[in-house]
Write a protein that binds this ligand. Structure first.
Ligand code: AHM
Ligand code: MG
Length: 333
């Protein structure tokens, strides 16, 4: 089989669709390189003395793991000097990170969750990096948080790296979803799946059921109906999976379908769900839609939400189209 590298894919994509100018290609390659470095650090585990807590908290008040901070540093350092970015924003940093004056400023904004699935880091379960790329507003001189507050429809590129038994890089530039596997001997990203596609129907759902007592009625109804199996209104049995790493759960859904939910619940009205819109929900929603699935916050399309804050949280329902439409319709009713 002829091997197509990430670079070859990006160059040919530019020839076909004229949508990946050189600076965006550089950006993608640099992010890909940073993800290789993170994959290496993650893979060392205890041998690299990278496990455990860093004894600090991020802006969300969550305890940071050493690897959260290391991954954030890797992405910042890799992306600072290339001249392709104006600024970055990260789950692990309260403020945006403008490109230092000593480097040329580019036209893109990069957002990331450097290492998603924090609770899985120390237990050797799949984790990942999620990223989203926006264009800086025209005429922007000094980037501010406000420049990042664009709806997900404005993303020019989004993707994730999954550090599992295999390390994969999955991305979209708006023309389908492609998956690359890290060839560890060669240190290269090799395309291994073209145009990933999510079946419209599924028998698999993902939700953290320990929160069931806090769910709002539409979510409770939807899950109860699935749990009732062949004897209930759905007339079929469903299976459940919850990895607690969004990247791994979404990768399963891109591979064989399913529906993923992290709903808002009755606990804290100021916290609509757990996941962050700008660097978790938006990039995943872009990927899922590009693979033929759907993504809503229960009421509207995630990609249409106009963000108000960089670290804003949002309820997430994504995956197989017919299931996402069903649970969304329960909210509307
Ligand atoms: P994180 O960014 O702190 O790792 O949190 C996000 C993660 C997602 O990957 C995952 O879907 C979810 O949190 C799991 O949450 P829970 O531990 O409540 O099941
Ligand atoms: Mg996260």
């Amino acid at each position: 089989m002829k091997r197509v590298s990430l670079t070859q894919y990006l160059i040919e994509e530019q020839r076909r669709h004229n949508n990946i100018p050189e600076s965006l290609r550089l950006l993608t390659e640099v992010v890909g390189r940073a993800c290789k470095t993170i994959s290496h650090a993650v893979g060392k585990g205890a041998l690299g003395e990278v496990l455990g807590s860093a004894e600090s908290e991020n802006v969300q008040g969550e305890v940071q793991k050493k690897l959260d901070i290391i991954s954030n540093e890797i992405l910042l350092e890799a992306n600072e000097w290339g001249g392709h970015l104006a600024a970055m924003a990260s789950e692990e940093m309260e403020q945006i990170h403008p490109i230092p004056n000593r480097y040329p400023m580019g036209e893109y904004l990069l957002l990331f969750d450097p290492l998603d699935g924090s609770s899985n880091i120390d237990v050797n379960v799949s984790i990942g990096t999620i990223f989203s790329v926006l264009k800086a507003p025209a005429g922007m001189q000094h980037p501010t948080e406000a420049d990042f507050l664009q709806p997900g429809t404005q993303q020019v590129l989004a993707g994730y790296a999954l550090y599992g038994p295999q390390t994969v890089l999955v991305l979209t530039t708006g023309n389908g979803v492609q998956s690359f596997t890290l060839d560890r001997e060669m240190g290269a990203w090799v395309m291994t799946q073209k145009n990933m596609s999510i079946p419209e129907d599924t028998k698999e759902f993902a939700i953290n059921a320990s929160n069931a007592r806090h769910w709002f009625p539409p979510v409770k109804r939807y899950v109860d109906e699935m749990l009732a199996g062949t004897t209930g209104v759905r007339s079929k049995d469903f299976n459940m999976r919850w990895i607690a790493s969004m990247v791994a759960d979404v990768h399963r859904i891109l591979t064989r379908g399913g529906v993923f939910m992290y709903p808002a619940d009755a606990r804290d009205p100021d916290k609509p769900g757990k996941l962050r819109l700008m660097y978790e929900a938006n990039p995943m929603a872009f990927l899922v839609e590009q693979a033929g699935g759907a993504a809503t916050d229960g009421k509207q399309r995630i990609l249409d939400i106009h963000p108000e804050k960089l670290h804003q949280r949002v309820a997430v329902f994504l995956g197989s189209k017919n299931e996402v439409e069903r649970v969304t319709s329960y909210h509307v009713e």
